[in-house]
Design a protein around this ligand. Sequence first.
Ligand code: MG
Length: 354
Amino acid sequence: MSEKNHITMLHGAGGSVMHELVKNYIVKYFGGAEGFEVPIEALDDAAVVGDIVLKSDSHAVKPIFFPGGDIGRLAVSGTVNDISVLGAEPYALACGFILEEGLALTDFEKILASMQRTCREAGVNIVTGDTKVVEKGSLGGCVVNVSGIGRRTKALERNLTIVRRFRSDFEARWVLDSNIRPGDKIILSGTIGDHGVAVLSAQEGLSFGNSIKSDVKPLNRLIQRLLENVGGLVAMKDPTRGGLADALNEFSEKSRVGILIYEDKIPIRKDVKAACEMLGLDPLEVGNEGKIVIGAVKEKAEEILNFLKKTDEGKEAEIIGEATDAFSGVAMQTVVGGKRIIPRPVGDPVPRIC
Ligand code: MG
């Protein structure tokens, strides 16, 4: 089967093959709607409808329980984070379950309890939903969709006011992938690759040392605190499928800027790095579920970094690079002194991580 004529696993892997599918099929049929500030063709983390941010995200992680998390925590966090990275505060979620015949009710209940805990952590509620059951097959237990809405906050307004102080022509009402300009700094909130390697270890029955766990968590409270207390953020993404490499290429493409990152600044756990080397994976392309990449005006970058470093979620944050008009695309200054192009990955090297 080739990806030219049939759906393959690569179509769900968050890289260039998936982006082509979304552009050439989904946007072809649903694009062109008028009156939406951030429409489907913006391909941002979520859409904007009036003053509401709207998002829907299905989760098909395999296995449904993995080191550091489970499909329920992932589903709530994924949608909460995609709404949050536009600067909105998520508040109401809808949840659709597709359950596979044979799923143990005790496992279903574990997933529900995990979702309840994650909702409390994020301060959101699931208020509607749906349940379907399909025959035993290859679902791996269940698939969970979580959709949600978020609203504007005083913190977002304050952030935008601070951005305008440094950039008088800034007109965006939201924190968008397309807002980065040459000179802006790129900040990463913590280590990369943890989630993908943790899920892969569960899929393959491998163990790397004993402590690689998924970073899956809701980041909405951290993001609102950053907007409220520091400000100067113009763009944000959660580097999920396709990892940091895909997220930076999205920034670069939509903002029409080059992005230069520094290899020695990218936080990565030693054991994750060793596991990636052993498996032949590029950690830049491995998915994360509890990290944010931020584009910020350079005048506020150090302050954002210092704020992040004082938090649990951001204690390993680093300024990893900057936007430039010297070239287009994404490049990395390597530790040995050369420059390497960081292309958009074809797809995340680990299948079904979210
Ligand atoms: Mg996202």
